[in-house]
Design a protein around this ligand. Structure first.
Ligand code: HEM
Length: 371
C-alpha cells in the first residue's frame, strides 16, 4: 500500500493522535530514530528488536500504577491476566487463547454478519452511517459472547446488551486513563473511574470477564473505524476480496496500531539496545514504531505485524478474533465503496480513535453485490 491514496489516509489518521495526545505524539515522533531513549526515569522504546526484547525477556512489574496491568487491576479488583505471572497466568491464558482463536471467529461470524447486514442497509438507500456505534455494537457482541453475565433477580441472565456493555467498557477505560494522565490529577477523576468500573462490574461481576471486555472493546472500537477510513481514503475497496481480506486487515492493523503505546514498569535491571534500565524505570513501549506503522513497507514484516498485539507470554490472545472481525467488517462495507463524509476525533477515549465517522456509499451497491 503506497502512493497518493496512502498519503491521504495517513493525513486523516494522524488526527486521532493529535486530538487526544498531541505533545506525546510529537515527542514520540521526534525521538523515533533511536531504538531506546532515556528521559529521566522514563525510557522510550521505539525499535522493533528492543520492544520485542523488553516484552519477552525483561521482568515487568505487572501491578505498578500507570501501567496497563495497574489500570486493569483497578478496574476489575486485581489478580487478573495483565498483572499475573507464572503458572496461574499460563493456565488462564491457555484457556482464553483456545476460546479466542479461530473457533471464536467461526462461531461469531454469523452474528457479526447479521448485525452488519442490518446496519449497512441504510448505505444502500443513500443515507450516511456512523461507523463508531456499529464498531461498538460488534465489539460488545464479541465481548458478551466470550463472558458470563451477571445473574438478575429474575433468574440467570441473558448476555448483556452489546451496546450497553461496549459503553460501560469504553467509559471505564477512558475514566481510568484520564485519572492517570501525567500532570495534576483532576478533581473527581478517581470517583469517576470508580463509578465507571462499578457500572462495568454490575454487568460482568467476574473480574477476568470485565478485563477481557475492556481489552476487546476499546481496541476494536478504535480499530474498525480507523481501518475503514483508511480503506476509503486509500481507495482500497475495489480490490478487496474474501481471499485477500485477512491480509489487508492484518496490514491495516499494522499501519494504524490501535493500541499504540504500552506503558510498563521494569521489575529488574537490564541493558536493552545499549541503554541501561533500572528496576522501577517507567517504560513507554511504542507499539506504533515497533510495528513500523510510519513505513509503507516494513523492514521486518513478520515482527512488525505481530508487534501491534505485543509479544511474549502476555501477547494479545484476541489477535485472531480481532483480525477476523476486521476482515468481515471491511468485506461487508466494500460493495458500497463508502467515502468519509464527516470525521470527528475522540478527545476522551483511552485509545486514539474517532468519536464519529460518518460514511456514505460511493456508488449504489445493488442487489447481490459480490462480497
Ligand atoms: C485491534 C484489536 C486489538 C489490539 C490492537 C490488541 C492489542 C493488545 C496488546 C498490545 C496487548 C498487550 C500485549 C503485551 O503486553 O505483550 C493486548 C493484551 C490483551 N488483549 Fe488484545 N488487542 C486487540 C483485540 C483484542 C480482543 C478482540 C480481545 C478479546 C476478545 C483481546 C484480549 C486481550 C487480553 C485478554 C489481553 C491481556 C493478555 C495478558 O495479559 O496475558 N484483545 N492486546
Amino acid at each position: 500500500m503506497s502512493g497518493a491514496g496512502t498519503r491521504r489516509a495517513r493525513r486523516r489518521d494522524r488526527r486521532v493522535y493529535l486530538a487526544g495526545h498531541p505533545v506525546l505524539f510529537v515527542l514520540l515522533a521526534a525521538t523515533r530514530r533511536r531504538p531506546v531513549v532515556r528521559i529521566g526515569r522514563t525510557v522510550l522504546v521505539h525499535g522493533g528488536a528492543a520492544y520485542h526484547e523488553v516484552l519477552t525477556r525483561l521482568p515487568l512489574d505487572r501491578t505498578a500504577a500507570g501501567t496497563t496491568g495497574g489500570a486493569a487491576a483497578e478496574l476489575t479488583g486485581g489478580g487478573l491476566l495483565f498483572d499475573q505471572d507464572g503458572d496461574d497466568h499460563r493456565a488462564a491464558r491457555r484457556t482464553l487463547a483456545a476460546d479466542l482463536g479461530a473457533r471464536t471467529a467461526l462461531r461469531l461470524r454469523p452474528r457479526w454478519q447479521a448485525v452488519l447486514d442490518e446496519r449497512l442497509a441504510v448505505l444502500g438507500r443513500g443515507l450516511a452511517l456512523d461507523l463508531v456505534p456499529l464498531a461498538a455494537e460488534l465489539a460488545g457482541l464479541t465481548a458478551a459472547a466470550l463472558t458470563t453475565p451477571a445473574p438478575t433477580a429474575a433468574g440467570p441472565a441473558g448476555a448483556p446488551d452489546p451496546l450497553l456493555l461496549a459503553h460501560a467498557a469504553t467509559e471505564a477505560a477512558a475514566a481510568t486513563a484520564r485519572d492517570h494522565l501525567p500532570g495534576r490529577r483532576r478533581p473527581g477523576g478517581a470517583e469517576a473511574a470508580a463509578t465507571a468500573a462499578a457500572r462495568l462490574n454490575s454487568l460482568l461481576p467476574d473480574g477476568l470477564d470485565a478485563m477481557l471486555a475492556v481489552a476487546a472493546v476499546n481496541t476494536t472500537v478504535a480499530a474498525l473505524p480507523r481501518a475503514a477510513a483508511w480503506c476509503a481514503d486509500a481507495g482500497l475497496w475495489a480490490g478487496l476480496t474474501p481471499d485477500n481480506a485477512p491480509g489487508v486487515a492484518s496490514e491495516l492493523l499494522r499501519l494504524t496500531a490501535p493500541s499504540p503505546v504500552l506503558p510498563r514498569v521494569a521489575a529488574a535491571g537490564a541493558t536493552v539496545a545499549g541503554c541501561p534500565i533500572a528496576r522501577g524505570d517507567r517504560l513507554v513501549l511504542v507499539a506504533r514504531h515497533a510495528a513500523e506503522s510510519h513505513r509503507d513497507t516494513p523492514v521486518d514484516p513478520a515482527r512488525a505485524t505481530q508487534a501491534v498485539f505485543g509479544a511474549g507470554p502476555h501477547a494479545c490472545p484476541g489477535a485472531a478474533a480481532a483480525r477476523a472481525l476486521l476482515a468481515e467488517f471491511l468485506l461487508a462495507l466494500a460493495p458500497y465503496r463508502p467515502t468519509v463524509v464527516r470525521a470527528r476525533a475522540d478527545h476522551r477515549s483511552a485509545l486514539p480513535g474517532w468519536a464519529e465517522l460518518q460514511v456514505r456509499a460511493g456508488r449504489p451497491a445493488g442487489r447481490g453485490a459480490s462480497r
